[in-house]
Design a protein around this ligand. Structure first.
Ligand code: GTP
Ligand code: MG
Length: 357
């Protein structure tokens, strides 16, 4: 058979295999129901401390990129403008309350840069993996970036969700999704995929939601929250009607090309990935990584090895946790993935298994 035909067959096979790979890893409706019950219960308790408090989910439980047994990200929002609440103290009050009233293992971190409360429920027959949950205070930007990610997913769920979910599983299995151990958070990997689909791929698979302003093309739309412009085009109905991608590549082709781009083409040394503005230079952001003062500045240097601009907190490098070794490992994994997927393996399903081994 002609090699081109074989390759085409492999790509079709790869796309089908990606869908089947991801499907059984999605959370069950039972798991989602239990988590929603837990959220409601904790919210009720927190209202006894501050009646105007609400408890909202963010992160993967509501951006459509959730996997089975992933942890819960929750945030307390206080609606009463007259309530004077200091986040660290509120974390401490919540900790004593939940310790008293629930079975959760409670660990408050009131003096962290962003004060949070960590909760854990040990595994039980009904919840074989238990529950892990972080509660933050008043982090409204997280709600907005969760909505941004969800809106991107909604535009083209078959390709966007499949790619992101696969990348999350792959990065966890290959142990490069550990911000505490020098690699990248799920949020960082998700931003990389979206950046690729908006700015790298030509024609693009996704529009830049932070730049679409169809009604008033000349005006820069601004919606301010905590001093940041959090505007993005979130009218999915209009998008569906008026925007469609002319990129028809399959999810398998996109995956291979994603790995290839980040193996060979992206200039990690001097570039910044910005979902908002495309490729930027580290220099233009002041995120240079070679302020080497006789080795004293190893920490500062390591903060900007990999640069991913947060969509709204644009002075914030989402990949600041990635160390020199971490980046070396991540790039090695991109290369390994490219190799596995382009060496024309016969069966896509085996290639995916090998990829996530
Ligand atoms: P899993 O927990 O692995 O399923 O993925 P996740 O989508 O929940 O991602 P993660 O736990 O990394 O982050 C959860 C949410 O926290 C993200 O959706 C963001 O809203 C927010 N977040 C995480 N990391 C950062 C960060 O570095 N900066 C900002 N601004 N927000 C972050
Ligand atoms: Mg999470």
């Amino acid at each position: 058979m002609h090699p081109g035909v074989l390759h085409r067959r492999f790509l079709n096979d790869l796309s089908t295999s990606l869908f089947s790979f991801v499907l059984p890893l999605l959370p069950t409706s039972e798991e989602l129901n239990v988590k929603e019950e837990v959220r409601g219960l904790i919210e009720k308790l927190i209202k006894t401390l501050e009646p105007s408090a609400r408890l909202l989910s963010f992160g993967s439980s509501c951006n459509s990129f959730g996997l089975r047994n992933s942890d819960m990200d929750l945030v307390v929002l206080i609606d009463d403008p007259n309530a004077t609440i200091e986040p660290g103290n509120f974390v401490e009050s919540m900790a004593s309350l939940l310790e008293r009233e629930t079975n959760f293992n409670v660990k408050p971190l009131p003096r962290a840069r962003i004060p949070i409360l960590k909760l854990e429920l040990a595994p039980s027959p009904a919840l074989p993996f238990g529950i892990a949950c972080d509660i933050g205070i008043e982090n409204r930007l997280a709600i907005e970036n969760t909505r941004l990610l969800l809106t991107y997913a909604t535009i083209d769920p078959a390709r966007v969700r499949t790619l992101v979910l696969f990348l999350k599983v792959w990065s966890k299995r290959r142990r490069i999704n550990s911000p505490y151990r020098g690699t990248l958070s799920s949020y960082g990997f998700t931003l990389m995929v979206l950046y690729y689909l908006v700015h790298v791929k030509q024609p693009p698979v996704l529009p830049n939601l932070q730049r679409i302003m169809p009604m008033r093309p000349m005006e820069e739309e601004e919606v301010m929250l905590e001093g940041r412009n959090v505007y993005f085009f979130d009218d999915v109905e209009t998008l569906r009607r008026e925007w469609s991608s002319v990129n028809f590549e399959s999810v398998g082709e996109l995956l291979i090309d994603f790995f290839r781009f980040f193996s060979h083409d992206f200039q990690f040394n001097n570039s910044v990935l910005s979902l908002r503005a495309g490729q930027l230079t580290k220099e233009s952001k002041g995120w240079v990584n070679d302020i080497d003062v006789g080795g004293l500045n190893e920490m500062a240097r390591d903060r900007n090895r990999l640069c991913i601009e947060d969509p709204f907190e644009i002075s914030y490098n989402v990949a600041r946790t990635v160390t020199k070794d971490g980046l070396y490992t991540i790039r090695g994994e991109f290369m390994r993935a490219t190799r596995i997927l382009t060496q024309r393996p016969d069966r896509a399903v085996l290639a995916l298994a090998e990829l996530c081994r």
